[in-house]
Design a protein around this ligand. Sequence first.
Ligand code: PGA
Length: 251
Amino acid sequence: MRTKIVAGNWKMNLNASTSEELLEGISIQIAQNKPNCQIIVAPAFPLLQLALEKLKQTDIQVYAQDMSEHISGAYTGEVSAQMLTSLGVKGVILGHSEQRQYHGQDDEKIGKKIKLALENNLTPIYCIGETLEQRENGKHFTTIETQISNALFSLSKEAIQKVILAYEPVWAIGTGKTASPQQAEEIHGFIREKLAQTFSLEVASEISILYGGSVNPSNAKEIFAQPNIDGGLIGGASLKAEDFSTLCYSF
Ligand code: PGA
């Protein structure tokens, strides 16, 4: 049985007091009835410590939104894998389309980060997805295949099983436009098939693949019900305690 996951990507939102309020809200809702999924929140770097402290007594895991590809040293402004592990952070979102777009991150660099994260006991959530132009030109399958083969296919069978994937079509992020459950399932099935060809059917069937892009309480149930969709990476709706909690009960 694959782990079902709901992960909140807070992006560059909230501050110390508003994140405290949000975490309290989520904890209260979740405490009443344990959801049947792993919950993750990914605050910005300065809020990690606070989130770890606030969530100490819960099963909610704290992830970072990115990390450096370097181990340590003269890299002003960067945050290392080891720093995250030393705080108690459990994983890291890597290759988010906003990082690819605004910080020129490519598959090779992201692949390096994935290896470094794994070496430091951090679970990577590897984000992939096509742009609107790529979809309109019928390039969505090749785009996805390139992204996964460049960054993941050199991993060992043991390592790949520790990776979470997130399919996030760029045209659906923060736009209110979701991929239809069928469109998302088609890509998720394709990703799993490629993983099975490269690693094995057994390995591929154990890897959680999340969908991300305008998931909200009214569309989550249908999306999460698809056979190859194991949960969601949530942006906007992760900033409201009630919405985020509702998503955690949408399986
Ligand atoms: P969204 O963001 O839910 O606001 O579309 C998803 C993401 O970027 O991870």
